[in-house]
Design a binder for this molecule. Structure first.
Ligand code: SAH
Ligand code: SF4
Length: 338
């Protein structure tokens, strides 16, 4: 059978033109329904240890931060879920700022989108740089539940970022009902900011504890593990001198978590003026760690990263102590950038 090349060419060009029209219609529809733009970057700072921190403008004088932390076997991006935080943990600079607003799903995913783009350009590579995401920046992720879950789904989707559930971690100060909801909606790895071995201390430093005390929190952790992608909860524990860092606290902690398979991440307190707290001594941290290890727990002590750019994850506000000073700094940077 002879094939008429002219007819084939004509058909191909007809198909191309139909496709073009459809693509054009889709572009017009998208332009009417959605806004496609990156978050405005106020600043990008790179540390000598490879840590990179971005400050993004989210409008109305609010800025949020994301931090990339490279390690030998992974690249972790720490992202924010809210501008400010309403939960007012006493040792947290974000908590001292107060709450401005929830970030949208787009604003949460945009942090990953931008970091991946900027890092590939910075490192001159074409392949994926961010392998892990931790929601340990500004804000309480589970207080912005719907937007955070939609953002997580995009990060996990094969048509999105295709990250594994094990490599995406939500950190919560212990919002018990939302932990149950997350377990059903999108069970990613979970870190819980424990910080105390009894309700008396936790009531004081994590006010949310008065609503969801430790017994309820431990039960919620057990329930979460039924669907969690990892078979342990990571308990974060900020080391505050003379407050929660004594050997008796470590022993009390062991009893508290006895029914919850877990690992501990000890975080040396990142001080800021007027916090009223000091960082535990290295000796106190070492002794605390040893007691937990002798009881069979895996314990890591968070390394201070990006010190020269003030980028310790979980304490992003750093030297910018309160909202006023933060905004002053932000406005100054914005003015310098013209
Ligand atoms: N709101 C969530 C996630 C953001 S905070 C939460 O509380 O878990 C991320 C981690 O940084 C939490 O464990 C938090 O308690 C810790 N953190 C806050 N302020 C800190 C500080 N000044 N020094 C050390 N860790 C701090
Ligand atoms: Fe909010 Fe977490 Fe800071 Fe507590 S530690 S105030 S929950 S950001």
């Amino acid at each position: 059978m002879a094939i008429d090349g002219t007819k084939l060419d004509a058909n191909a060009s007809k198909i191309r033109s139909v496709r073009y029209d459809r693509a054009k219609q889709l572009r017009e529809k998208l332009a009417a329904a959605a806004e496609v733009r990156a978050l405005p970057v106020v600043s990008e700072q790179a540390s000598s240890d490879g840590t990179v921190k971005w400050l993004f403008d989210v409008g109305d004088g609010n800025a949020i931060e994301s931090v990339f932390i490279p390690e030998d076997d992974r690249g972790t991006l720490c992202i924010s879920s809210q501008a400010g935080c309403a939960l007012a943990c006493r040792f947290c600079a974000t908590g001292h700022q107060g709450f401005a607003r929830n970030l949208s799903t787009g604003e949460i995913v945009a942090q990953l989108w931008f970091a991946e783009f900027a890092l590939r350009r910075r490192l001159g590579v074409a392949e994926r740089v961010v392998s892990n995401v931790v929601m340990m920046g500004m804000g309480e992720p589970l207080a912005n539940f719907d937007n955070v879950v939609s953002a997580l789904q995009i990060m996990l989707d094969d048509h999105g970022y295709g990250l594994s559930r094990r490599r995406v971690t939500v950190s919560t100060s212990g919002m018990v009902p939302q932990m149950d909801r997350l377990k059903e909606a999108c069970p990613v790895a979970l870190a819980v900011s424990l910080h105390a071995s009894n309700d008396r201390i936790r009531d004081e430093i994590v006010p949310l504890n008065k609503k969801y005390p430790l017994k309820e929190l431990m039960a919620a952790c057990q329930r979460y593990l039924v669907k969690a992608p990892r078979d342990f909860i990571t308990f974060e524990y900020v080391m505050l001198d003379g407050v929660n860092d004594r050997p008796e606290h470590a022993r009390e902690l062991i009893a508290l978590v006895r029914d919850v398979p877990c690992k501990f991440n000890l975080i040396p307190f990142n001080p800021f003026p007027n916090s009223g707290y000091d960082r535990s001594s290295n000796n106190a941290i070492r002794a605390f760690r040893e007691i937990l290890q002798e009881a069979g727990f895996v314990v890591t002590v968070r390394k201070t990263r990006g010190d020269d750019i003030d980028a310790a994850c979980g304490q992003l506000a750093g030297q910018v102590q309160d909202k006023t000073r933060r905004q002053e700094k932000w406005i100054r940077i914005a003015e310098e950038k013209g």
